[in-house]
Design a protein around this ligand. Structure first.
Ligand code: ADP
Length: 310
């Protein structure tokens, strides 16, 4: 069975410093431990889908620097097809500058670099891969017109279009029109429908989002699980109980697992459960890529939660 997922998206190196608190404007603060981790929503979700057993191709851009070479090695080591990852001359790889404080909260500024040089021409070069994929998986860390071109190709070839509209700030809702499945967290849902909607319940947000065009909407709710709306029925999914250590990567684990199960032709209801299990496991381990679970781990959590006889 073909279970191919084509991810078009960002690839970053995250430079992380631990500090007692966030620096104030104008202040230089001496921090603690320094760590370097692969990241970017495109790369994270590609790894998440690959660990779930999908055949994954990644389309994106890296800079012509050491970070880019290191990231190529990491992605290839995960079994991801990176033939359509282009190296941009005279450009740096996308870098996330991350500060983490003792409560586990973080603040991140991204220097997009090569990610913002990913153009509709890059998509043209990858059109065969997109057309043959079962699922096209997009986020919002590359230019809008690049995602738009990928959607046009997927529409012509009946490839399922899954958009994780993150980050949602500044994103036009026009992009939602042709999407089969939209996945957002609660904050992103509120941002997309408008700031005055922050108080609206998730079910109300899902209805509003569906009115922009996607066939199905999934809103992830952290430790409260997720909801799914198919234009008629609203369904809630409980979170799997785990000890949350660091929720970084939970959303990417959820989306990668959901995309893989949809590529395998699973019903959306079952696919969302896989997503919830993957997200729960990711939140129980520190880091982003380091916390993304394998298919075995996800299925074992699902088996523990549902007695085999029922
Ligand atoms: P994001 O990282 O994009 O903000 P969420 O925090 O909503 O996404 O997490 C995605 C999914 O991961 C949730 O729908 C939920 O199923 C699972 N998850 C996240 N945090 C926890 C948690 N503390 N306990 C159990 N499951 C969690």
């Amino acid at each position: 069975m073909s279970t191919s997922v084509c991810v078009v998206g960002s690839i970053n190196m995250d430079l992380v410093v631990r500090a007692e608190r966030f620096a104030r404007p104008g202040e230089t603060l001496l921090g603690g431990a320094f760590e370097v981790h692969p990241g970017g929503k495109g790369a994270n979700q590609a790894v998440a889908a690959s660990r779930m057993g999908a055949q994954v191709s990644l389309v994106g851009c890296l800079g012509d620097d050491d970070w880019g070479s290191k990231l190529r090695g990491v992605l290839a080591g995960e079994g991801i097809d990176i033939q359509r990852v282009r190296t941009c001359e005279k450009e740096h790889t996308g870098i996330g500058f991350v500060t983490v404080v003792p409560s586990g909260e973080n603040s991140i500024v991204v220097a997009s670099g090569a990610n913002w040089r990913c153009t509709p021409e890059d998509i043209e070069e990858a059109s065969g891969i997109i057309a043959e994929a079962d699922v096209l998986l997009l986020q919002a860390e590359i230019p809008f017109e690049t995602n738009r071109r990928a959607i046009e190709i997927a529409l012509k070839s009946n490839t399922v279009i899954l958009l994780n509209a993150a980050p949602a700030e500044g994103l036009s809702t026009d992009i939602l029109r042709d999407v089969d499945l939209l996945v957002v967290n609660r904050d992103e849902a509120a941002t997309l429908v408008g700031d005055d909607e922050r108080e609206v319940a998730p079910t109300g947000l899902a209805r509003r989002l569906a009115s922009f065009g996607p066939d199905r909407v999934v809103i992830t709710l952290g430790a409260e699980g997720a909801i799914h709306f198919n234009g008629q029925e609203m369904k809630s999914f409980e979170a799997f109980p785990v000890d949350c250590v660091d929720s970084t990567g939970a959303g990417d684990a959820f989306v990668g697992a959901l995309a893989t199960m949809r590529a395998e032709g699973e019903r959306l209801k079952d696919s969302v459960r896989y997503g919830c299990a993957a997200g729960a496991l990711a939140s129980s381990v520190a880091g982003a890529i380091s916390s993304l679970p394998t298919r075995d781990a996800v299925e074992s959590l699902i088996r523990k939660a549902i007695p085999a006889a029922t």
